[in-house]
Design a protein around this ligand. Structure first.
Ligand code: GRG
Length: 301
């Protein structure tokens, strides 16, 4: 990797690597796999050709900080993106957010149908674990097992799915700040924390390095959610690539509803600084990941 590469260049480089890796795991239509061509197409539609690929970037960049090259981390990054894409497909369904637009194009159930979107999401979720368990993900089976264990915890009942449930249950209720932060740390934060910790697991990093990456991931996750809430209030749907101004209408519990826009902006700036500071022990090597915090805090989509 060139020493003067910028965050944006590295983001686009890692996005390309993950796109190619996902393309390999998601063969189209007629192959020697037994997969229904329609299911295969729906999975490709959901997972390929869109999104910022922030979580895969975080896996690859945290792995690099722990001595693992992109080739050695790309499967884990692709697996995590499969989980993320499944969650978006299911979140967009009529039973949940009922959205028509995602990543600037029709949502999966709009482009196909509801049953296909449910099944394609399910198949992406299970594919993630197939990828992590595959011998090409890491030569050491114990490492693959730890990656799978933490991914299951981050995605499941005490992580993303659990947070989504709490979010649905909270509609119309007034939650306190601690409850909102807990919900968000599960719904959005868990996968972002995993992305940062996965690099440390792949590289067999020291406990200190692993803790620093996990702390960075926790702060980044909070910043990401706060920026997402601000985009929902202030963003332009055409730029964001999905409907905005939905949270208040849905009676959703957000920090902005509690502390207001100005305080939210101040808090976002503080989270950005804390996330950057969490990487101090990596020195200049942590520059790209630190700049990711600035990107997340200032993003427009
Ligand atoms: C349905 C099991 C299940 C979980 C849903 C992730 C999630 C949980 C819901 C998505 C709703 C949402 C908008 C959450 C806010 C944060 C978020 C995950 C935004 C989308 O992620 P980005 O901005 O998307 O990284 P791209 O398209 O860039 O990958």
């Amino acid at each position: 990797m060139p020493a003067d590469i910028t965050f944006q260049q590295r983001l686009s480089q890692t996005a390309g690597l993950v796109e190619d890796c996902l393309d390999g795991w998601l063969p189209a239509g007629k192959t020697d796999h037994a997969t229904s061509p329609r299911l295969a197409e729906a999975m490709r539609y959901s997972a390929l050709g869109g999104g910022k690929r922030l979580r895969p970037f975080l896996v690859l960049e945290s792995a690099r900080l722990c001595g693992v090259n992109d080739e050695g981390a790309v499967n884990t990054a692709a697996a995590l993106e499969c989980i993320h894409c499944y969650s978006l497909a299911h979140d967009d369904l009529p039973a949940m957010d009922d959205d028509d637009l995602r990543r600037g194009r029709p949502t999966l159930h709009r482009a196909f149908d509801e049953a296909t979107a449910i099944l394609a999401g399910d198949a992406l979720l299970t594919l993630a674990f197939e990828i992590v368990a595959d011998a090409s993900t890491h030569p050491d089976a114990a490492v693959r097992c730890e990656l799978a264990l933490l991914l299951a915890r981050g995605a499941g009942r005490d992580g993303m799915v659990g947070g989504q449930m709490l979010d649905l249950e909270a509609a119309g209720l007034t939650l306190g700040e601690a409850e909102i932060l807990r919900l968000q740390a599960m719904k959005t934060g868990a996968l972002i924390r995993y992305a940062c910790e996965a690099g440390a697991i792949l590289g067999g990093a020291s406990a200190e390095k692993r803790a620093a990456l996990r702390r960075y991931g926790a702060l980044l996750g909070q910043a990401f959610q706060l920026a997402d809430d601000l985009l929902d209030v202030e963003g332009d749907a055409a730029v964001v690539g999905k409907a905005t101004a939905k949270d208040a209408d849905a009676g959703k519990a957000t920090l902005i509803g509690l502390i207001g826009i100005e305080q939210a902006r101040l808090r976002l700036a503080a989270l950005e600084s804390e996330a950057r500071a969490a990487l101090a022990s990596f020195g200049d090597d942590g520059r790209i990941l630190a700049d990711a915090a600035t990107f997340v805090a200032n993003r427009s989509h």
